[in-house]
Design a protein around this ligand. Structure first.
Ligand code: BDR
Ligand code: CA
Length: 308
């Protein structure tokens, strides 16, 4: 089994990604670390525990991580995911508790314990990963692969014309991660659009198939309503589940070029924009991989199967 650690600002699409991972027999989720982003750290903790319980397979330990970005004011995305990050579901308290320890230390410990084996899937702002690598730079080369839901990929952004939420919420953290030497794969916002989206027939099927798949749809109610206004029909762009799918089944990647990559941390207008030097004008070594094309039909099938 592959060894995974999931770092998450658990909102509604993070919840689905967690469930998919816990239902995949090929991987063992050794730990979940939470980070502030979509919601507060307290809410992310609760949502992460509940997501694990709903998956109904096994309970990985959940550890609280950073409650704010490295330098910036914390900005949530309540309009996309609801006041609770879970489509205003009014969820009861989880039966399980958080585990003792800080998320940053857990990332460091796991990377050292599973030297060369640990794969991390980051589904929120990169604050915890940046802190971990700042505190213990040796882990950069011990982490086998870091999959990141972040950047706008090859398309416009979702929080500004050029930036995607996870990077924009803590651009300095992304800067640290890009400079860290970790082998990192970005699954940009563009990868969950177009024919990667869940359409009305997919939503109707999942909504009634099992309790777990119903949960996956129900918690994304706010996002669905937002999309109904935008596209004229209910549909779901599943950012974190698509990133998780790439991590779980890397052979879904059809095209993912490498390039020297940096992030804008100063300009007000382009804050959080991730720039890849595709033509190598700067003559620097590639430090990131950017997903460009995925096998979307197969991906959607696998994603949906792992929500049941
Ligand atoms: C990212 O931001 C959040 O809204 C989602 O959970 C995802 O991680 C998409 O930009
Ligand atoms: Ca997220």
């Amino acid at each position: 089994q592959r060894i995974f650690l999931i770092d998450t600002d658990t909102g509604s699409d993070d919840a689905v990604a967690i469930i998919m991972a816990l239902k995949c027999n090929d991987v063992k989720v050794e730990a979940i670390t939470t980070v502030a982003g979509n919601v507060t750290i307290e809410q992310a903790n609760k949502n992460a525990l509940i997501s694990c319980e709903v998956a109904g397979t096994y309970m990985p330990p959940v550890y609280a991580g950073m409650d704010r970005p490295l330098l910036r004011k914390l900005i949530h995305s309540y309009e996309t995911h609801g006041e609770d990050g879970m489509g205003n579901m009014d969820l009861a308290e989880p039966a399980h508790q958080l585990s003792e320890g800080h998320g940053i230390d857990i990332i460091i410990d796991m990377a050292r314990k599973y030297d060369g084996e640990l794969e991390i899937v980051a589904l929120g702002p990169l604050t915890n990963i940046a802190m971990a690598v700042l505190k213990a730079p040796d882990i950069a080369k011990k982490i086998k692969k870091l999959y990141i839901m972040g950047t706008s990929g090859f398309a416009p952004g979702n929080v500004s014309p050029v930036a995607e939420f996870n990077i924009w919420a803590d651009p300095e953290a992304c800067d640290v991660v890009l400079k860290s030497g970790i082998d990192q794969v970005y699954v940009g916002w563009d990868m969950c659009c177009g024919d990667a989206m869940l359409e009305p027939e997919d939503i109707a099927y999942l909504d009634k198939e099992t309790e777990c798949s119903h949960f996956c749809i129900r918690c994304n109610k706010c996002l669905m309503e937002l999309n109904e206004g935008r596209f004229g029909h209910p549909c779901l762009d599943m950012a974190d589940p698509v990133a998780m799918a790439v991590a779980l089944w890397p052979d879904l990647i059809i095209e993912a070029p490498h390039a020297y990559t940096y992030v804008e941390t100063h300009s007000e207008q382009t804050l959080g924009q991730v720039v890849c030097d595709w033509t190598n004008t700067l003559g620097k070594e590639p430090n990131a991989t950017m997903c460009k094309k995925l096998d979307n039909p197969r991906m959607k099938k696998l994603m949906m199967e792992h929500m049941l």
